[in-house]
Design a protein. Structure first.
Length: 370
């Protein structure tokens, strides 16, 4: 088989893998394994990068012990020449890297066997003007990649970048569909169950006024109270599904939600930015939980909301001067609601901070980059 036909076969096999999957980690792991298998290269890894230049190890195959040690700590932390070159936008095509900084440091620190790996080729992953990260591949004692090898790696990297773009667009479509379904469900609940509960409450109130028998009055009163309680729960559920005022911004929505809870909210807003939908959704959900906690636990009805939007991150602080609770950093978060808030924030590479002491109120700070 000619070299050209072999390369076409490799690209075909990889394209088939990329077209089958929807999970980023599974796709990248499978493609990397296939690439090494068909090219005869021994090891490789893929770094995905965010807009701040922070990298994370998305896939790897056959790392030498020096790089795989301590749960691949050396691969997950610190900088290197290929990452720096990518972040400086000097990595625009497949290229030979003279030496691997991580391997070099591992040798200097006697961190384990490197199995003869000293160099690797680096290829940027992208689709159009959108950049996703880098693909690194190498083999023991291989210090140079020829023009044809780099061209093949570049073609594979382009396929990977296109697949990542497809997955991103698919996820965006799913998120849009989820929002539409939430809105539909909220409308249905408002127009059906909510109205039925309201009618039940009015009927029970009329029943109280129409009867003279105390036991019947008591029964109708009990029904009225249950209906009012259920109506409140239903309104809160509808709020969760479709927050009123979110189209006017997250601060407007949280202000309306606080008022619905019976809280007096003081807001301070600085900065202007177009916040991505995912970030806005996370801010709404965490802010909602924080305000609900103020209502349930703080024993006061006033709360402060500070919101600052910068060009690359948003900061939201919700604090009260209520009873507070005993909390220490580096100690497990005490409630499921607070844990969910932290998980939601950290899923977007954000920071979730709590400050609270008995008698001194509670402050929750959320920082999310975008």
């Amino acid at each position: 088989m000619s070299e050209e036909n072999k390369d076409i076969g490799i690209l075909k096999e990889i394209a088939e893998l990329l077209n089958e999957g929807t999970d980023t980690k599974d796709i990248l792991t499978g493609v990397l394994k296939k690439l090494l298998q068909v090219t005869g290269l021994q090891t490789g890894w893929i770094f995905l990068m965010d807009e701040q230049g922070t990298h994370h190890l998305a896939a790897d195959d056959s790392l030498p012990p020096a790089l795989a040690a301590n749960q691949k700590e050396r691969m997950c932390q610190g900088g290197c020449w290929c990452v720096n070159k990518y972040n400086n936008k000097k990595l625009t095509k497949a290229t030979n890297i003279m030496e691997c900084k991580r391997i070099e440091e591992a040798i200097e620190e006697h961190a384990g066997e490197t199995c003869g790996l000293t160099h690797h080729a680096t290829v940027p992953l992208g689709a159009g003007k959108e950049r996703f990260g880098i693909l690194n591949v190498g083999s023991p004692y291989k210090t140079h990649f020829n023009k044809n090898e780099l061209a093949l790696l570049e073609a594979v990297a382009y396929q990977i970048g296109t697949a990542l773009k497809r997955i991103k667009l698919t996820q965006r479509e799913q998120e849009t569909a989820l929002v539409a379904e939430r809105n539909r469900l909220a409308r249905d609940l408002h127009d059906s169950v909510n109205q039925l509960l309201f009618s039940l409450s009015l009927t029970a109130r009329a029943g109280v006024e129409m009867t003279e028998q105390e036991d019947v009055k008591h029964t109708f009163g009990y029904i009225k109270d249950l209906a009012q309680e259920a109506l409140g729960e239903m309104r809160a559920l509808i709020w969760q599904l479709r927050p009123l005022g979110l189209e006017n911004g997250i601060v407007s929505s949280l202000r309306s939600y606080a008022e619905m809870l019976g809280l007096t909210i003081h807001t301070e807003v600085t900065g202007v930015a177009c916040i991505p939908g995912k970030v806005e959704e996370a801010l709404w959900r965490t802010g909602q939980e924080a305000l609900a906690n103020c209502k349930k636990h703080s024993q006061i009805t006033e709360v402060n909301l500070i919101f600052h939007a910068a060009k690359d991150q948003v900061v939201m602080v919700i604090k009260d001067q209520g009873c507070g609770f005993h909390f220490k950093e580096n100690v497990e978060i005490p409630t499921l609601g607070l844990k969910n808030m932290r998980t939601r924030t950290e899923s977007l590479n954000g920071q979730f901070l709590i400050k609270s002491n008995l008698g001194s109120g509670t402050e929750i700070e959320i920082r999310i980059p975008f």
